[in-house]
Write a protein that binds this ligand. Structure first.
Ligand code: ADE
Ligand code: ZN
Ligand code: ZN
Length: 276
């Protein structure tokens, strides 16, 4: 997602944090963030070039026309190093954050530091990657780099299919329905989470026994939505407008809501219970 997509995911999550998770988040965030996660949810994109090792951690490439995802087959970088994809990153930063408060800090470090990891960065990466794994084209086909190499028009403007899903659908929705205010988009999604989607929210939050984050589920859902919705009836040079916007916006809304609900559920699992 672009800045607004990540902001929306993190604002939905912030309002759903348990007291314990909100306290840990406030402790780990830089003090100028005021305990507010959403101000820093695009930090991982800003450091993408400074921390060049982090670039492959934003997505998963699956074999062309393979509308499924498998961790063992697909979670690797372009050199084939295992675990270097957005699902591996979610698992890694989740397990780093589980060390929060568990080791006796050295006298010079602040109380939140485990010494071994930078848990502030772990929190910012996890919050960002939980958003990205819910963007359908962040689990896309290898040959077109998740739609990054598919040139299309968004109404009259030239862009790439990937960018339409990161930015344009959200931006157009904000213009058409929400007074160009991302906060109003968040309010509308929160209404659906407490209304039309209420029955489903518990399923979204669930994770297999003994797992803290369920990246396999999120990744599989994304490639399915990429095939059924994002890539569907699109070819190089297509012009995408009202019909595409109207039929794909519900998918974007669902994935933003699921990302926010699951980020909160994951942080609540990480920080919610006392650990030995
Ligand atoms: N680069 C290569 N594949 C990508 C994808 N699926 N999403 C974003 N960036 C990518
Ligand atoms: Zn993207
Ligand atoms: Zn990203």
């Amino acid at each position: 997602w672009g800045v607004d997509g990540h902001l929306i995911v993190c604002q939905i999550a912030q309002a759903r944090l348990s007291d314990a998770a909100a306290k840990a988040v406030d402790d780990l965030l830089p003090s100028d963030a005021g305990g507010n996660l959403s101000s820093l949810c695009s930090w991982a994109d800003k450091v993408r070039f400074r921390y060049h090792w982090s670039a492959p951690l934003h997505f998963i490439d699956v074999p062309d026309n393979e509308c499924s995802y498998s961790y063992d087959r697909d979670c690797k970088d372009e050199e084939g190093v295992k675990g270097r994809c957005v699902a591996g990153a979610i698992n890694n930063y989740t397990s780093q954050l589980l060390t929060y408060g568990s080791s006796s800090p050295s006298p010079s470090s602040k109380s939140s530091s485990s010494g071994q990891y930078n848990l502030t960065e772990a929190l910012l990466f996890l919050s960002h990657f939980m958003g990205d794994i819910h963007q359908p084209l962040h689990v896309g086909f290898a040959s077109d780099k998740g739609g990054n190499t598919i040139d299309v028009h968004w109404y009259r403007r030239k862009t790439e299919l990937h960018h339409i899903w990161d930015v344009n659908i959200i931006q157009t929705a904000e213009k058409d329905y929400y007074d160009e205010d991302a906060g109003k988009f968040v309010d509308a999604l929160n209404k659906s989470i407490k209304g039309a989607w209420l029955d489903k929210v518990q399923e979204w939050e669930e994770c297999a026994k003994n797992q803290t984050a369920c990246s396999d589920i999120y990744g599989s859902e994304s490639i399915a939505a990429a095939c059924d919705s994002a890539y569907k009836n699109v070819t190089e040079g297509s012009t995408l407008g009202d019909e595409y916007f109207g039929s794909r916006l519900p998918v974007v809304k669902l994935r933003l809501a699921q990302g926010g609900v699951r980020l909160a559920a994951t942080l609540n699992r990480i920080f919610g219970e006392s650990k030995p």
